[in-house]
Structure formats: structure tokens, C-alpha cells
Design a protein. Structure first.
Length: 368
């Protein structure tokens, strides 16, 4: 079967690192926030194995920043999420669910305090800029909402600490999980956080100087040569094993943070002052009707590029939205949304792929 090609155009933006990505032998892209996102260099399986054993440099420029700046910036940010932001600081970024007026997920970004009265919302794949700008305008917040020219670069994998310390300095190793600080490279200070879309550990560098983008890329590869550094990107197998959800795939506006397993980020004390608070409070009191669950699927499965219905006793009780064969766990790992009546670990299910039915079972935890 021929592989469809991605037709380039100005509507799908290149990144400051695209030249390096192409030189590294990119095999597949997806489009994310109207921008190229590398998804495969050798094969999904080989890229996964390398990520788990070495270190990779990821062009994740598609994680665009929505900047909110002005005297009312924090007040506006607090309206957008049910998470308690009281522990936010310039040295700590936060993962936040963003919801609409009905409690539906709009995005699951990382929130960063980028300067005085200045916040970056580092977004997943949806048009948050227009949503935030409309709220600010309709409520007369004294803020400016923009998309700054900031392109994140990920360094992920078990040897990320070593590589980052070689390019920046040893102090970068002291960053805690979701800690952030500024570190110098060629006379410019970049904001760096210990975060990333991987369970292997690593960093994200917020590159706000276009002229230093490729010099930084080249420095990471030069210093990482003996570490067997490679270009990489978010890996389908590794993210499913670790239960890392993909906005637009595993959760949409039709789902609430509680259904997505993000209840720890919903603060009951904030529900009177944020969007969707009333709906989320009702769900907290009544319980969720469905929940994200890890599901092991038997047999051969095709590429999961569409929703697969999940059945029990002939009745649909959920859906699988991401799935892949895991060589490490020797099973098909998947992420599904399952009704309360069938979400307990060990529950037997059937998954209807577009190539046929497969037996499956709910797991007690993601594989990691």
C-alpha cells in the first residue's frame, strides 16, 4: 500500500529546526497547531527503543505559546482552568486542564510564568489563542494576548541530563520535575523546564531567538555524539505505554478532566470562579459516567487512525482512540474511554478495529 504524502504549503508552517530535522532523515510528519511535527525517523519501534536507552532531540516547535501579558494576566489565567495556581512561580511550571463553560476539555497545556505579569500557555493541538483573546476582549481584561515567536526544543531520554549539562552547565541537572529556570547559550538566556511528552525524563528549551535555533540544535548533536544522540519526536508506543494522552485523539471537548483521569488538577475550591465550574462540581458529586482506561488488545491490529468501538455482551461500552504493538510488553497497548460499568481492571471486552474484532481486557494501570 502506498503511503500518502503530506503536501507542503504556507498553511503548514516549517520550524526553526526543519533544516536539521530533514538532514537527520525524517520519515514522517503530522500537522499540529498548523505546524510540522516529526513523528518517525527510522521506525516507530526502533525510535521507541532508542528513546528508552539513549537521548533524543525533538523539534516540538508546534507546542505554540499563547502569551497573556498585563495587569489582569493572572486573573484571566485563573478563569481558564480549575487547577489551583497558588503554587505557581517563576521557578515552577504547571500542567493545567483548560475547560469550556460546560467543563469540556479545550486543551491540556503547560503554564509558565515567563516574566512579570506575563504567562505562557504552552498548548496542545487546538486554537487556544482565539478562545483566550475572545474571553479577554469580552470581559475587558487589561491584557494583551499574542503568540510570541517561541519554538520549544525537547531533549528526552535517560541520558538527557548528561547532554544538557554539556551544552548548558551542571546546574541544569538540579531542576526538579516541572521546575524551570533560565540558562545561557552563546550569550542568550533560554527558559528551560524539566518536562516533556515522554516518561523517559528530559527537558524542554523554549527557543525565543531564531538565529540561535540551529546553532543550539547543532551543539546538542555535537556534544551528544558519544551519547548516540538522535533526532526524534513524541513516540506512539512509548506515550501509550505511559498513559500520556493526546488532545484531539484521546480527549476532546466532549470529555471532562475527570473523565480523562485528571481529577488531581480539579480543585473544588476554585469551581465557583472558573469556566465550567458548575458542571465539574456536579460531576464530582455524582461521579463520572466514563473514564480513560488502559486496555490490552489481543491479536493483530491495524494502525489506529480512527475511533474503534468497544463492546461487552454486544453492547457498546466505550471506544479505543490510540493503540500500538509494544515489543517490550508483548501486547497491543491502547488508551480507551470506558463506561463506569465496565472500567474495572480485568473486565473482558471486544474491540472492533476497522479490520475486525479483537478480544481485549481493561488493565489496572498503564504499562510505563
Amino acid at each position: 500500500m502506498n503511503t500518502p504524502l503530506l503536501s507542503p504549503s504556507r498553511r503548514v508552517r516549517r520550524t526553526p529546526f526543519s533544516d536539521g530535522v530533514e538532514a537527520a532523515g525524517i520519515q514522517a510528519y503530522t500537522v499540529y497547531n498548523h505546524m510540522l511535527l516529526p513523528t518517525m525517523f527510522n521506525s516507530v519501534e526502533e525510535d521507541c527503543r532508542h528513546l528508552k536507552t539513549h537521548v533524543q532531540v525533538w523539534d516540538v516547535s508546534c507546542e505554540r505559546q499563547v502569551q497573556i501579558k498585563g495587569p489582569d494576566a493572572l486573573r484571566l489565567v485563573e478563569l481558564l482552568t480549575p487547577r489551583d495556581l497558588s503554587k505557581m512561580s517563576a521557578e515552577r511550571c504547571l500542567y493545567i486542564p483548560m475547560v469550556d463553560q460546560d467543563g469540556g476539555m479545550l486543551n491540556d497545556p503547560v503554564l509558565i510564568e515567563a516574566g512579570p505579569d506575563t504567562y505562557w500557555i504552552s498548548i496542545a493541538d487546538s486554537d487556544v489563542l482565539m478562545w483566550v483573546n475572545a474571553i479577554a476582549a469580552c470581559n475587558s481584561f487589561d491584557v494583551e494576548v499574542t503568540e510570541p515567536d517561541v519554538s520549544p526544543l525537547g531533549v528526552q531520554g535517560p541520558l538527557a541530563n548528561e547532554l544538557m549539562s554539556r551544552v548548558f552547565n551542571e546546574d541544569v541537572k538540579a531542576l526538579r520535575f516541572f521546575g524551570c529556570n533560565r540558562f545561557a547559550f552563546e550569550g542568550h538566556e533560554f527558559l528551560i523546564s524539566r518536562s516533556g511528552y515522554s516518561k523517559q525524563g528530559g527537558f524542554e528549551i523554549y527557543v525565543d531567538n531564531y538565529e540561535l535555533a540551529m546553532p543550539l540544535w547543532n551543539a546538542l548533536f555535537s556534544e551528544g555524539e558519544e551519547l548516540l544522540v538522535r533526532a526524534g519526536g513524541p513516540n506512539l508506543i512509548e506515550r501509550i505505554e505511559g498513559g500520556l494522552l493526546s488532545y484531539g485523539n484521546d480527549m476532546t471537548r466532549a470529555n471532562t478532566p475527570l473523565e480523562c483521569g485528571l481529577g488531581m488538577y480539579v480543585n473544588a475550591g476554585r469551581l465557583d470562579t472558573c469556566f465550567g465550574g458548575r458542571a465539574l462540581r456536579e460531576e464530582l458529586e455524582q461521579g463520572s459516567r466514563q473514564m480513560i482506561r488502559p486496555i490490552a488488545i489481543e491479536g493483530h491490529i491495524p494502525m489506529c487512525d480512527r475511533v474503534w468501538p468497544v463492546y461487552a455482551g454486544g453492547k457498546q461500552v466505550g471506544q479505543v482512540t490510540s493503540a500500538a504493538w509494544s515489543p517490550d510488553f508483548e501486547t497491543n497497548v491502547s488508551i480507551g474511554m470506558v463506561e463506569r460499568s465496565h472500567w474495572d481492571a480485568g473486565t473482558k471486552l471486544e474491540v472492533e478495529t476497522h479490520e475486525g474484532m479483537c478480544d481485549a481486557a481493561v488493565q489496572d494501570a498503564f504499562w510505563k
